[in-house]
Design a binder for this molecule. Structure first.
Ligand SMILES: N[C@@H](CCC(=O)N[C@@H](CS)C(=O)NCC(=O)O)C(=O)O
Length: 259
């Protein structure tokens, strides 16, 4: 398993430190790790406590979610787009943000559909919390955890019920983009080369169909929660999208995952 330092130790260190949750393939964290891996940017792993109060982290970064990038004495970066633009500045090669404006706008827009507020990750989280909070057989710990996360991330039963449609809509848009790119002879979601969107998709696909256990070791409980059985979502997850996830992991990212 990866080696972590505690927040209290990390504060005194220099260079890039990434706050992450051990042993969980959280898609925002996995995507950020993928970006740093492709760019060969070294970093120190700092522990976040899943579902915890994370007081020292709050003191340090003014928030308690993972991932966070803290580089030297610069401001903490806790949002996906801020992290991407930072990594691009620190190590421009290989570029993960397209140069051409049309490609860039499409790349950032579709990435926001995956990573942004009310995007695929957000909607899948509401679905997972809803699954626990409406399950009469759920145990007390699971309910306590789901209530905590629900309060933190805007759980509302009506929003959770609308979430599968939102996820399916985003999957359909990505599938359309992939098909258009295939028709142009490209193996990537934008332009002719790897972009951050390919990495975001590879990481966020875990919230619907995680990679097999030998490539992505995770606890049975988390695997059950991540695996999506909603019929609308399953119908929208095309074999092409899954094959693209596999291509990106095998070609560019670290396997097996080491959280
Ligand atoms: N920072 C991300 C969001 C990251 C995020 O939502 N992380 C969640 C994943 S469930 C997390 O770390 N949760 C753990 C916790 O709240 O304890 C962004 O760009 O908006």
């Amino acid at each position: 398993m990866a080696t972590y330092v505690e927040v209290e130790q990390a504060i005194g260190m220099g260079g890039l430190r990434m706050v992450m949750t051990p042993a969980v393939p959280g898609p925002w964290t996995e995507a950020a790790r993928g970006i740093l891996h492709v760019k060969r940017i070294p970093y120190i792993k700092v522990r976040q406590e899943l579902g915890g109060a994370n007081h020292p982290l709050r003191e340090w970064t003014r928030q308690t979610t993972a991932p966070v990038f803290i580089y030297n004495d610069e401001r903490p970066r806790s949002l996906w787009n801020d992290q991407l633009f930072f990594a691009e500045r620190l190590q421009p090669d290989p570029p993960l943000i397209p140069r051409a404006l049309d490609d860039r706008a499409r790349m950032v827009g579709l990435s926001n559909e995956l990573c942004g507020e009310n995007g695929l990750g957000w909607a899948r989280r509401l679905m997972m919390l809803h699954g626990t909070l409406t399950n009469r057989n759920a145990n007390e710990d699971a309910i306590r955890f789901a209530r905590f996360m629900g309060a933190k991330y805007g759980y509302d039963p009506a929003l959770a019920e609308a979430a599968p449609h939102r996820v399916a809509e985003i999957l359909a848009a990505l599938d359309g983009q992939l098909a258009a790119q295939r028709a142009r002879g490209s193996r990537h979601l934008i332009g002719e080369r790897l972009s951050a969107l390919d990495i975001y998709w590879a990481a966020f696909a875990a919230l619907i169909e995680p990679l097999p256990q030998e490539l992505c070791p995770m606890s049975p409980g988390f695997r059950r929660m991540y695996q999506c059985d909603d019929p609308a979502v399953k119908a929208a997850l095309s074999p092409h999208l899954l094959a693209h996830r596999d291509f990106i992991y095998h070609e560019y990212l670290e396997l097996p995952l080491d959280m």
